[in-house]
Design a protein around this ligand. Structure first.
Ligand code: CP3
Length: 343
């Protein structure tokens, strides 16, 4: 099969397809016993990412078990920050960057690096994954969007209030811009490298963008997301995700990406009306609804598909990632319900 004929790729072109393609954000992960077994053997999360055999194996695991229409490379949005010179630690509390960059000198110390030279394990994992995937399964690469990467680089980890980030944005926009310029350049290089290594399409995760007002999103985040989207034009289809972003949906729809991912609070049918054929829409099943019974998951999946009513350009997914205490049986019910419902 030609890569462009894969179901996900046709849906991203908004062609009429036999059914909506389905995959899940964070479909590889701790809710799967086979993932936990590999993680134990590897000895840690970064050890899995840095060893292409492990990364490819856990990327393929959910496809083997459930048959989603796309696999997303097992890696993390913070990997490029490490390559740029930041210390990165993952432990039971999540990621931390113990030496954050909060002033001009620290930001000047970050290097824009060549992905093939500094993160060769990413390209190797993509190649190994492609070789192990069914032909019809699309392979996705991804990166964090500059704003979300800046939040981690400046805060030193996950944050609720983003105080250091906000101070730099508002009090020293020139320095903030230098950081965002560097991150955008690295993200473009990283996504191009992933496409050259076999990714069919790319996803840009802007997890924390929804913490901004619409006006602040337009000033402090969107220009650099736009730069990345434009930097990948003609290279591969681009899907952009911004967490809790219903208040600036119109800005996302206007970004020029082939796909926009919606969180579960946004009405999918209303978003289709507003998109007016400009892009495909991904989403937006509530990840917490996977805690319901398999029958209820099936009912809700069918209800979501009924809401879309066969409009072209729908990629069925969750509104955010799978929770780690999700029953694999619920993920199975979601994928089965999607596949049995033809247009
Ligand atoms: O299946 C997949 O989605 C592919 C791999 C993937 C991971 N992280 C693996 C992971 C992807 C695409 C990501 C993206 C990512 N990483 C995002 C953006 C998407 C989103 O969820 O909004 C963000 C914000 C991160 C940063 C990150 N990585 C955090 C905050 C955490 C801790 C929270 C948690 O779930 O543990 C991680 C760790 C992480 N990334 C895990 C996985 C499977 C769990 C690690 C483990 O095995 O202990």
């Amino acid at each position: 099969m030609k890569p462009q004929d894969r179901l996900l790729m046709r849906a991203l072109r908004r062609e009429t397809t036999e059914r909506a393609p389905v995959w899940l954000m964070r479909q590889a992960g701790r809710y799967l016993p086979e993932y936990r077994a590999v993680r134990k053997e590897a000895g840690g999360f970064m050890e899995m990412i840095r060893e292409p055999r492990y990364a490819a194996e856990v990327t393929i695991q959910p496809i083997r078990r459930f048959g989603m229409d796309a696999a997303i490379l097992f890696s993390d949005i913070l990997v490029p920050l490490e390559a740029m010179g930041m210390k990165l630690i993952f432990d039971d509390h999540g990621p931390s960057l113990p030496v954050p960059v909060r002033d001009r000198a620290a930001i000047d110390g970050l290097r824009v690096v060549e992905p093939a030279a500094t993160m060769p394990f990413v390209g190797e994992a993509l190649k190994l994954t492609r070789a192990g995937l069914p032909d019809e399964t699309a392979l996705l690469g991804f990166c964090g969007a500059p704003f979300t990467l800046a939040s981690y680089a400046i805060e030193g980890g996950t944050s609720k209030q983003f105080s250091y980030l906000r101070k730099l944005m508002y009090l020293d926009f020139a320095t903030f811009s230098i950081l965002m310029d560097k991150l955008a350049e690295e993200v473009i290089a990283h996504l191009r490298y992933q496409v050259a290594s076999g990714a069919d399409a790319v996803v840009l995760f802007d997890t924390w963008a929804g913490s901004l007002t619409r006006a602040d999103y337009q000033r402090y985040a969107a220009p650099w997301t736009k730069r990345v989207v434009d930097g990948l034009a003609g290279v591969a289809p681009r899907v952009i995700f911004a967490g809790e972003s219903g208040h600036f949906l119109d800005d996302l729809l206007a970004m020029g990406a082939e796909g926009v991912a919606l969180d579960h609070r946004t009405s999918l049918s209303a978003a289709f009306d507003r998109a007016a054929g400009r892009c495909a829409l991904q989403g937006n099943f509530d990840p917490a609804a996977l805690f319901a019974s398999p029958q209820e998951v099936q009912r809700r999946t069918h209800a979501l598909l009924d809401e879309v009513a066969g409009r072209p350009g729908h990629v069925l997914n969750l509104g955010h990632g799978v929770f780690k205490d999700t029953d694999p049986e619920s993920v199975g019910a979601f994928v089965r319900a999607a596949k049995e419902r033809a247009r």
